[in-house]
Ligand binder design. Structure first.
Ligand code: PLP
Length: 392
């Protein structure tokens, strides 16, 4: 008999009843060190007192009004995002997928508004992940995303990752935009080198096409800058964010320059919940902490410490691990054994990691985690690796 919850997830046999900072607690009081952070969502950890307070206060005042009316919390969060990023304007959503859908619609509408409606193809790359809507699986085109779900939506050109010649050859007079994650997340923590991001910017400028970044996983302070593309010293025209911005409350956004957004006039796009008072109250509180230069510098310092410790772990377990890659507190450890086995051994050692593409385990901890907790995570991963070695 089919479970009452549609069985689309291969869930771990773990159930948590509470959380505190970087820790998750189950019903028998076992404490797990959460290095997955709800897949890069819990940027300030679990039950952060400041976020709890903001949410409780907002909950007692007003939950939802719809976008038929002005929403001051939404205005405040938009102002914060505009202040701290390349963007001039923001559309709010409830998830990453919806943010990327808005990015694509906006890029096409831009060319339409310019009198070039034929410019509608979005160039994407293998190994990318942009969400699970029919549109966003058509963008990423991986077999496991699209198999059995019928015809792909037209208007996406998926190219091999890192093939510059294929990219230049694929740009035609029907190209609207290039869409890319500055650090691929689901694909296995694969950073795009700064030089390549700069090259993408130049290519877009040269051909009058838009550059869309998907910073849903790599953004919100994860790499030690508020957004990962800042390391390359370039800016996109449009960017999708989600995950970390809500700190665990469902919230996403599409950020854009005034020029790129020029086709998105009243009536062209909308969302019932998008940017509701609850979500935006939390989003502003997250921004107030994460956008602080000291907070971001601290992320970078801890990331350096953590990465060094992980390199040591890999060196000590050459039969289990291959290497470390990533940026900031968005790290992937490539495994020699099957990554799922490492994730499972982690459960026994009470440390939570997330499997990713290319046989990596992903480490996406809360950004306010302490150095001591990062050391503890490495100690627990060491224990997990030793347990695996005993079975080889
Ligand atoms: C998680 C993710 C998405 C999809 O976000 P949802 O909130 O699950 O819809 C899109 N792009 C990237 C890079 C992601 O990591």
């Amino acid at each position: 008999m089919i479970p009452s919850v549609l069985p689309t997830y291969a869930r771990a046999p773990l159930t948590f009843v509470s959380g505190e900072g970087s820790w998750l607690v189950d019903a028998s009081d076992r404490r797990y060190l959460d290095m997955g952070g709800g897949i890069a969502v819990n940027v300030l950890g679990h039950a952060h007192p400041g976020l709890v307070k903001v949410l409780q206060e907002q909950a007692a005042k007003l939950w939802h009004t719809s976008n038929l009316y002005n929403i001051p919390n939404q205005q405040e969060l938009a102002d914060r995002l505009v202040e701290h990023t390349f963007a001039d304007t923001v559309f709010f959503t409830n998830s990453g997928t919806e943010s990327m859908e808005c990015c694509v619609k906006m890029a096409r509408k831009y060319h339409h508004a310019n009198g070039n409606p034929e410019r509608l193809d979005i160039i994407t790359f293998t190994g990318s992940f942009h969400g699970r809507s029919t549109g966003m699986i058509s963008a990423a085109q991986a077999d496991k995303l699209v198999n059995g779900f019928g015809p792909l939506s037209p208007g996406y050109v998926n190219l091999p990752f890192g093939d510059h010649d294929a990219l230049t050859a694929a740009i035609t007079d029907t190209t609207a935009a290039i869409m890319v994650e500055p650090v691929q997340g689901e694909g296995g923590i694969v950073p795009i080198p700064d030089q390549c991001l700069k090259g993408l910017r130049d290519l877009c400028d040269e051909h009058g096409i838009l550059l869309i970044f998907d910073e849903i996983q790599c953004g919100m302070g994860r790499t030690g800058k508020l957004f990962a593309h800042e390391w390359a010293g370039i800016e996109p025209d449009i960017m999708g964010i989600a995950k970390g911005i809500g700190g665990g409350f469902p919230l996403g956004a599409c950020l854009a320059t005034e020029e790129a957004a020029k086709g998105m006039v009243a009536g062209t796009h909308g969302s019932t919940y998008g940017g509701n008072p609850m979500a935006c109250a939390v989003g502003s509180a997250v921004m107030d902490t994460v956008a602080q230069p000291e907070f971001l510098a601290d992320v970078s310092r801890k990331a350096g410490h953590f990465r060094q410790a992980l390199e040591g772990l890999v060196a000590n377990h050459p039969d289990v691990f291959v290497g470390v890659r990533g940026a900031g507190l968005m790290l992937g450890v490539e495994c020699k054994v099957t990554n799922i086995d490492v994730v499972k051994a982690g459960y026994d050692a009470e440390v939570l990691t997330v499997p990713g593409g290319a046989n990596v385990i992903r480490l996406l901890p809360p950004l306010n985690i302490s150095n001591e907790e990062l050391d503890e995570a490495v100690a627990r991963l060491d224990k997990a690796a030793t347990a695996i070695e005993g079975t080889l």
